[in-house]
Design a protein around this ligand. Sequence first.
Ligand SMILES: [Fe+2]
Ligand SMILES: [Fe+2]
Length: 178
Amino acid sequence: MSLDCQEDFLGIDRFFQEAVYHNETDLNAASSIEVEIYEHESMYPTFAKIALESGNLEVAGMFTAIAREEKEHADLLRELYPHLEVTDTPETTEARRLVAQIEEQMQVVSTDPRGLRRALETALEVETIEATRTYPAFAKLAREQGKEDVAKRFDEIVHSEQRHMQWVQRALDRLVTA
Ligand SMILES: [Fe+2]
Ligand SMILES: [Fe+2]
């Protein structure tokens, strides 16, 4: 297969599916669980594979660790909402389709240095949005709605996403200066 030289390298930039903002904390929780599961099952395992096949074991290990923690984020919320119905939105379905497409082209993605770099840049974008915008906003709304238990869980997730953001930034810096 020939290399696709478009700037949006193999669609990696569009992997991210942001949790959707609602005026209801319960709906924000459902959207968060959905996105965290997608990141856990789909996006980060594929990023780990790109890193592994690119020969960067350190970054592969980091993506695997992040994938595991995204599941913990989903579980934190799920504990408070055991019966909440969570289904993939069309956006998440499309994101999963793009990830599957990357998997099919793994050979091409992992032999082009831009593949791993774009995966890291995408992860940085994801983690930055979650750590600085999405989850702080969800925590604030939960508090305003008197749902302190949910707000505390969102606070925990904010701290974890901040760490992910720092890990990914460091990995990207190392890759760029290598
Ligand atoms: Fe997360
Ligand atoms: Fe994260």
